[in-house]
Design a protein around this ligand. Structure first.
Ligand code: FAD
Ligand code: UDP
Length: 377
């Protein structure tokens, strides 16, 4: 008999398995339909011996000290600040758009103060930025929006930015200084020996049993357990009873090249041409030295594994209906797919840790209740 059956061995499932086993001494069965742990953060050494991310580039960043400290129990880190260039008008310029981007693109020599005025002169007046188009056009105007955001977003989501929530494009800010880092979080680092090694350490506990290559539907009736934690797609859990929640997928094309270096930074975005959105060269992320190099192209698709919930009002409404059903069960729904949220890894860790706190307080309440029941008889 297991105390918890956890479906999905990504960040959400693994953090909960670790906490429940180590802190609460619970017996956990962690299962995944894939042949590995780590969920979408899984990495491995390819045939050439280069560490690559099977589901696209994953860069860890957070502002939360507790989350960084929590994960630091299972890995050492390599400091890494991700930098991205966008290929626009035949040039490779920094994205997020910054002072260097504008000066290079337009052959100017603006100061930060002058750039603020430049943006103000281009910005459109929009009172309430509701969509991804609004949020960009309101900050930097239509021309830059069209060069950097419109094409990329249409490729990535197969939707116009005007059909997506503001939160999507708002992930990429605009700067008037020369800071060319993709993220500005306090903690930016990569697990020194990779994500998979970090997960292995996290899950190395006698109370945790791991079953791979198994869809939970195949074994749910064979296993005895107290409570379930589900981290797969919430609509799948409820047999799509209200219809499918839309997800966006990607096809990854990996290449290993017989040269030490391919491009000038970790990722290059291609907003306007080609069917792919970006190319990432893994050695920048991992710091590995090798005479060859491996890169990955990301081609957005509708079909395939569900990678991205699609943040727009219709989908949020549909998700709310599933959430209402979820609230009527005693299963815990955690993670990017189970709560239909466009979350980064640190946000999923935060959600899993707060679910753990909730489980702990429910347990405390239950044992107090049981004690009272016993004492009253
Ligand atoms: P997942 O990792 O998806 O884990 C869910 C697991 O459940 C999967 O392994 C799946 O196989 C399993 N499962 C589903 N259904 C079943 C079933 N029926 N039976 C058994 N198992 C099942 N975040 C960052 O912070 N930085 C980044 O740079 C970054 N880059 C990203 C790039 C890409 C291309 C993508 C797609 C995501 C990126 N993310 C990034 C987000 C990050 O991947 C997620 O936040 C995180 O991995 C989500 O963890 P999770 O446990 O919620 O879900
Ligand atoms: N985006 C864009 N141009 C870019 C980079 C991002 O239009 O050069 C938009 C696009 O809609 C993208 C979103 O901003 O999906 C979020 O970008 P991010 O790099 O955070 O995407 P992720 O790494 O999650 O795929």
């Amino acid at each position: 008999m297991f105390d918890f059956l956890i479906v999905g061995a990504g960040f959400a499932g693994s953090v909960l398995a670790e906490r429940l086993a180590r802190v609460e001494n619970k017996k956990v069965l962690l299962l995944d339909k894939r042949n590995h742990i780590g969920g979408n953060a899984y990495d491995y050494f390819n045939e050439a011996g280069i560490l690559i991310h099977k589901y696209g580039p994953h860069i860890f960043h957070t502002n939360c000290k507790e989350i960084f400290n929590y994960l630091s129990q299972f890995t050492e880190w390599r400091n890494y600040q991700h930098r991205v260039l966008a290929c626009v008008d035949g040039q490779q310029v920094p994205i997020p758009i910054n002072l260097t981007t504008i000066n290079s693109l337009y052959g100017l020599n603006l100061s930060s103060a002058a750039l603020e005025e430049f943006f103000a002169s281009k910005a459109e007046v929009i009172n309430h930025a509701r969509t991804s188009e609004d949020v960009v056009v309101k900050a930097i105007g239509r021309e830059l929006y069209e060069k950097f955001f419109k094409g990329y977003t249409r490729k990535q989501w197969d939707l116009d930015p005007s059909e997506l929530d503001a939160s999507v494009a708002a992930r990429v800010p605009t700067r008037t200084n020369k800071d060319d880092r993709y993220f500005t979080d306090t903690y930016q680092a990569m697990p020194l020996n990779g994500y998979t090694k970090m997960f292995e350490k996290m899950l190395d506990h006698p109370n945790i049993k791991i079953m791979l290559n198994v869809d939970y539907n195949e074994i749910i009736n064979e296993i005895k357990y107290e409570k379930m934690i589900f981290t797969g797609p919430v609509d799948e859990y409820f047999n799509y009873c209200y219809g499918k929640l839309p997800y966006r997928s990607l096809r990854f094309k990996f290449e290993t090249l017989d040269q030490e270096k391919y491009q000038n930074t970790g990722t290059i975005n291609y907003p306007n041409d080609y069917a792919f959105t970006r190319i990432t060269e893994f050695k920048y992320l991992t710091g590995q030295t090798h005479s060859k190099t491996s890169i990955v192209y990301e081609f957005p698709t509708a079909e395939g594994d569900p990678y991205y919930p699609i943040p727009r009002p219709d989908n949020t409404m549909l998700y709310k209906r599933y959430e209402a059903l979820a609230n009527q069960t005693d299963t815990y729904f955690v993670g990017r797919l189970a709560t239909y949220k466009y979350y980064n890894m640190d946000q999923v860790v935060a959600q899993a840790l707060s679910t753990f706190n909730k489980i702990q307080s429910e347990n405390t309440f239950q044992s107090l209740y049981n004690e009272r029941e016993i004492n009253s008889h």
